[in-house]
Design a protein around this ligand. Structure first.
Ligand code: SF4
Length: 264
């Protein structure tokens, strides 16, 4: 116990959160993190400065994938079977970003193909899309051992490729799945429960954070909350803004119960 009453574990957790914030700011493209820290307006979208649509998104993705071939930039290379770059439409209006590949993804070299992937497919279907019409990728492209959360050093090494993927596609909406993706893209150490339910921005693109499908499989009671997040995604895709003020505000129209089912 320190004089301030904090345990070493408290301090370690605070340092972990700080590292996450700094990595997230870096991945979010906010280089002047000191200014961002003191001024919440730093890093907020300025539509006129929004990055241009890549003239050839598919070509851009191919170039990025080529640069990652055989990648050994971080220690996650040592236990991977395959790099899981991402898949879907290069012209996708919606990009899903997860944490990292799991066992099945590592075997197949494709993102979200296990049980969690099947649930994500249902979430995508609930939004009116086929899987092939959206783009799905992860913060890190190699499987962390035992599916642990990627460390900040690994995110810092792999994150720039995620940035380039999103920049190449330039979707209308990004949906971060789980705490790692949400914290990385928002540039914060806040919990997913705090980050979900409102619209964030990543370089001018609306960003919705929601629970990871793997978490929803373990905690089905949170599916209703995830459905609320998908309604935000749907509204942003349809109109570019959130209808009726967003979740929990007076006026939001609940969907029929049958529409809310997004998985087993
Ligand atoms: S996780 Fe990313 S940076 Fe690390 S080895 Fe794999 S592809 Fe390279």
């Amino acid at each position: 116990m320190t004089p301030s009453g904090k345990t070493e574990r408290d301090i370690a957790e605070t340092l972990r959160q700080l590292r996450l914030v700094m990595t997230g700011l870096q991945v979010a493209g906010i280089e002047d993190w000191a200014a961002a820290w003191s001024d919440p307006a730093v890093g907020l979208p300025e539509p006129e400065k929004a990055i241009e649509q890549e003239p050839d998104p598919a070509g851009g993705l191919t170039v990025i994938a080529g640069e990652l071939e055989g990648c050994r930039r971080c220690r996650l290379h040592s236990e991977r079977t395959r790099i899981v770059f991402g898949e879907g439409s290069a012209h996708a209006p919606l990009v899903f970003v997860g944490e990292g590949p799991g066992l099945e993804e590592d075997r197949q070299g494709r993102p979200f193909v296990g049980r969690a992937g099947r649930l994500l497919d249902q979430m995508i279907k609930a939004l009116g899309f086929h899987r092939e019409a959206v783009y799905i990728c992860n913060v890190v492209k190699c499987r962390p051992p035992k599916n642990r959360t990627p460390e900040s050093e690994e995110i810092a090494r792999c994150g720039p490729f995620l940035i380039r993927q999103i920049e190449a596609i330039r979707p209308r909406v990004i949906c971060a799945l789980g705490a790692c993706a949400a914290q990385t893209l928002v540039g914060t150490g806040s919990s997913i429960s705090r980050l979900r339910g409102s619209v964030h921005y990543w370089r001018g693109i609306p960003l919705i954070c929601t629970f990871h499908p793997a978490y929803l499989l373990r905690t089905p009671a949170q599916k209703a909350a995830a459905w609320e997040d998908l309604i935000l995604v749907r509204d942003l895709l349809k109109t570019g803004c959130v209808q009726d003020g967003g979740i929990g505000r007076e006026g939001i129209k609940p969907s029929p119960a049958s529409d809310r089912h997004i998985g087993p």
